[in-house]
Design a protein around this ligand. Structure first.
Ligand SMILES: [Zn+2]
Ligand SMILES: [Zn+2]
Length: 260
């Protein structure tokens, strides 16, 4: 089994909510991810599954396995879904079929993954509702969004503690909206992939199984020996980047609050 460098929370220009803040095309992004050595990625645009054969071919040409993904908004909470069918998530008019967090139970399958995004980060996060709903999820997200400052590390510390308490795996992501930080937090996953073709259902299932079957003890965070089946590699953001992003996120959360 090999380790594959993985990035499972990425937004692109096609994102219906965030396209105005994204400067790269998906082709440009896939090329950069390949240059940085990523082998497995998922584009998780808001409220839409951005995946088709052309896209998978672009990934394949760059030696990358692309897993269909989405960042859903359920009860105002961002939930990452992988390898879901559009029909599972949306009705014919494009409205969410899943209206409540409990409804996630209906779409859970052996070959898909459901993970709450940025778990304890306030706006659009599941926060303490996790404790009544954790049976719905396959893993928790370890976020890139922290600095060397101790206060900024609190949300991830809470996620680590919750993952220990419920014996769940964690995955590290950079919730990529900006190419400069895509290498700051990511996950290395041990699994078996066939190379020809790389973008096959079998390979997607293999990655999903590796995450789904992992227990909390199987997760390493910046371990020196890289012996765990899932290793999160993570570096703190610079204060400048963090505060700029924090201001934008707070402002859009604040404005979003008045929109609903
Ligand atoms: Zn989100
Ligand atoms: Zn996101």
């Amino acid at each position: 089994m090999d380790y594959y460098k993985t990035s499972l929370h990425i937004h692109t220009k096609e994102d219906p909510r965030d396209s105005h803040i994204i400067r790269y095309s998906y082709k440009d992004l896939i090329k950069t991810l390949a240059e940085k050595g990523f082998s497995i990625i998922s584009i998780t645009n808001h409220d839409s599954i951005f995946y088709n054969k052309n896209l998978a071919r672009t990934a394949e040409e760059n030696n990358i396995l692309l897993i269909p993904g989405i960042e859903m908004t359920i009860e105002g909470v961002h939930i990452l879904g992988y390898n879901l069918d559009r029909e599972d998530v949306f009705d014919k008019k494009g409205n969410y079929k899943i209206k409540k967090l409990e409804d996630i139970e209906k779409i859970k399958r052996e070959d898909n993954l459901i993970i709450p995004a940025h778990v304890f980060y306030g706006f659009h996060s599941i926060n303490n509702k996790l404790f009544e709903h954790c049976h719905l999820f396959d893993a928790l997200e370890f976020s890139f969004f922290y600095t060397d400052n101790i206060l900024s590390k609190i949300p991830n510390k809470k996620a680590i503690r919750a993952a220990e308490r419920y014996n769940m795996p964690l995955i590290g992501t950079s919730d990529v909206h900006d190419k400069r930080i895509l290498n700051e937090t990511y996950t290395k996953i041990k699994c078996n992939l066939d190379n020809h073709p790389l973008n096959s259902k079998k390979n997607i299932k293999s990655v999903i199984r590796a995450i789904k079957n992992a227990k909390n003890k199987d997760i390493g965070i910046n371990s020196r020996d890289l012996k765990k089946p899932i290793e999160i590699i993570t570096n703190p953001l610079s204060n400048m980047f963090y505060f700029r992003k924090f201001t934008v996120a707070s402002l859009s959360g604040f404005l979003g609050f008045f929109k609903h």
